[in-house]
Design a protein around this ligand. Structure first.
Ligand code: HPA
Length: 246
C-alpha cells in the first residue's frame, strides 16, 4: 500500500494517533532532516511523519533544511506529501481556527536553499510550477474535511514570508494587494522541492491568528497557541478521514 508523508508544523510536533511501527534517523546528501522519521498506521493506512521544526520544536522557519526533509521522505518511499501549516489569516473568510486548502503560493522568502537542481548538472532544469499544489490531493483533503464535518475553505493564496518575526501591517496590506489571503513562513521552498522530486504535495493551512493589522492590538503567542490547538485537532480528524478513504 502506498506511503503518505505528513509534515507536521507548529502545533503538530508528534502525531499521537499514529500506531508507531518504527522510527528511522536518516541522513541525506543535504544534511540531516529536521527530525527522525516516524513510520506508522492510522486506520489501516501507512504514514511517515516528520516534524518540520524538529522534536522538540526548536528550528525556526528560515533554518529548516527543507531539502533534507523532502529528500528523506522520498528516500523513505513516500509517494505523496500532506503538509500541515500554521498561518495568519488575511482574507475575511480566513478566521482563526479555520482550515484552508490553498491552491496558490507567492514566495517572499530569500536566501533559502530552494532547489535540488544546482550542482553537477548536465543540463539546466526548470520545473513547471504553474499550479504549485497537487489538485488531486487538494480535492481529497477537502473531501476528507467535509466528510469529517469540518468547515474548510477550498483554495487560498499562501504568501510565504521569511520570518521568524511576524509581518508589519504594511507588509500584510501589500500581500493582500498582491492577492494573498493567507500568510505563513514554511510553504516555500517546501512545495517547490516536492515538485522537483515529482511528489504530489498539498497543504492544510490552519489559521492561528489574524495577520498583522487585521485585528486590534498585538498578535500574541498565547492567541496563536490557543487557535492552533483546536485547528490541529481538526487537522487530525481530517487526516483520519483521509486514511479511511479509498
Ligand atoms: N504570519 C506568518 N506566519 C504565521 C502567522 C502570521 O501571522 N501565523 C502563523 N504563522
Amino acid at each position: 500500500m502506498s506511503l503518505t508523508a505528513i509534515i507536521g508544523g507548529t502545533g503538530l510536533t508528534r502525531l499521537e494517533q499514529l500506531e508507531i511501527v518504527r522510527r528511522e534517523t536518516l541522513t541525506t546528501p543535504y544534511g540531516p532532516p529536521s527530525s527522525a522519521l516516524t513510520f506508522g498506521r492510522l486506520t489501516g493506512r501507512d504514514f511517515v511523519f516528520l516534524a518540520r521544526h524538529g522534536d522538540p520544536h526548536t528550528i525556526p522557519p528560515h533554518r529548516i533544511n527543507y531539502r533534507a526533509n523532502l529528500w528523506a521522505l522520498e528516500q523513505a518511499g513516500a509517494e505523496s506529501v500532506i503538509a500541515a501549516a500554521a498561518v495568519g489569516g488575511i482574507g475575511a473568510e480566513m478566521e482563526p481556527g479555520r482550515l484552508a486548502i490553498p491552491h496558490q503560493i507567492i514566495d517572499y522568502t530569500w536566501g533559502r536553499a530552494g532547489t535540488f537542481f544546482e550542482d553537477g548538472l548536465d543540463h539546466v532544469t526548470h520545473i513547471d510550477f504553474t499550479a504549485p499544489y497537487s489538485e488531486d490531493l487538494r480535492q481529497k483533503l477537502i473531501a476528507s474535511a467535509r466528510t469529517a464535518g469540518l468547515s474548510v475553505v477550498d483554495g487560498g493564496v499562501y504568501g510565504c514570508t521569511q520570518g521568524p518575526r511576524l509581518e508589519t501591517s504594511a507588509e500584510i496590506a501589500r500581500m493582500e494587494r498582491d492577492g494573498c489571503n493567507l500568510v505563513g513562513m514554511t510553504g516555500m521552498p517546501e512545495a517547490a522541492l516536492a515538485r522537483e522530486l515529482e511528489l504530489p504535495y498539498a497543504a492544510c493551512a490552519i489559521v492561528a491568528n489574524w495577520a498583522a493589522g487585521k485585528s486590534e492590538g498585538e498578535i500574541t503567542m498565547a492567541e496563536i497557541e490557543r487557535h492552533l490547538a483546536r485547528g490541529m485537532a481538526d487537522f487530525v480528524k481530517l487526516l483520519t478521514r483521509y486514511a479511511e478513504s479509498p
